[in-house]
Design a protein around this ligand. Structure first.
Ligand code: CTP
Ligand code: CA
Length: 228
């Protein structure tokens, strides 16, 4: 009942969110991933639905329940995530890239399990860089025209403000969100640094749920102002 009377600042919007890690196969039984829990992205998807948006959540391998009202697309690798995002992006008006996408994948994943060869020498893995999903979407005509508002996250272990500002410019997105350390992977709370063309603003430490609500409100406010 309370939710029914709450303001719906994202009514009419279609929000696309990526969340969680990706998994890059080395062979059929092994792979490379990272410690992203997906909690922040799932909280954002939930907050966006509660704000009245239609929401598509492209999720890497995580064991989290799907927030009520969210359309979830499960993916494994960064390449799968890119394909799912490009498919959904054409209908979206907001893209929030909260996933911790693997930067590299094994170049030639083995079709069969790699066996020890008895020499004592480990296999040498070659890597290739994954396509930057956020930067790809941000370069699309709809993003460049302002029809699709793109929000990035920045995972940094040092110099958050400078690195986040540089990342915002490099990815060409209007809003970049930095996690204020220490490492927040898997935690239930976080603190965020919002970096846009005007400068930086801190969302102080709180639960990921309330930070997601605050972030959604910040995004909604930016949708209703004309770009400079
Ligand atoms: N991202 C993405 N696709 C990738 C890599 C990153 O969409 N292949 C997105 C993330 O979801 C995040 C933003 O880009 O929103 C920044 O990710 P981050 O790992 O902090 O930056 P990178 O550009 O990968 O640079 P680096 O890891 O070297 O700092
Ligand atoms: Ca990265």
């Amino acid at each position: 009942l309370i939710a029914f009377f709450a303001p719906k600042p994202l009514a009419g919007q279609h929000v696309l969110v990526t969340a969680g890690p990706t998994y890059e196969a080395i062979d059929p039984v092994r792979g490379i991933t990272n410690l992203s829990s997906g909690k922040m992205g799932f909280a954002i998807a939930r907050a966006a639905v509660e704000a009245g948006a239609q929401v598509t959540l492209v999720a890497g391998p995580v064991g989290l329940p799907t927030p009520r009202g969210v359309k979830r697309v499960d993916v494994k690798s960064a390449q799968n995530m890119l394909a799912a995002v490009m498919h959904a992006a054409s209908a979206a008006t907001v893209f929030i890239a909260a996933a911790a996408v693997a930067d590299w994948r094994p170049a030639n994943p083995a079709e069969q399990k790699i066996k020890k060869d008895g020499s004592g020498r480990p296999p040498e893995l070659q890597f290739v860089e994954n396509t930057d999903i956020l930067a790809t979407v941000a370069q699309s005509a709809r993003a460049q025209s302002g029809a699709l508002f793109c929000v990035g996250f920045a995972a940094e272990s040092q110099n958050l403000l400078a690195n986040a500002q540089a990342k915002r410019a490099r990815k060409d997105v209007p809003l970049l969100v930095g996690n204020i350390g220490p490492a927040t992977f898997g935690q239930d709370d976080n603190a965020l640094l919002l970096v846009d063309a005007q400068g930086a603003q801190e969302l102080p430490r709180a639960s990921k749920r309330s930070l997601a609500q605050a972030l959604v409100a910040q995004i909604a406010a930016r949708l209703h102002v004309e770009p400079p």
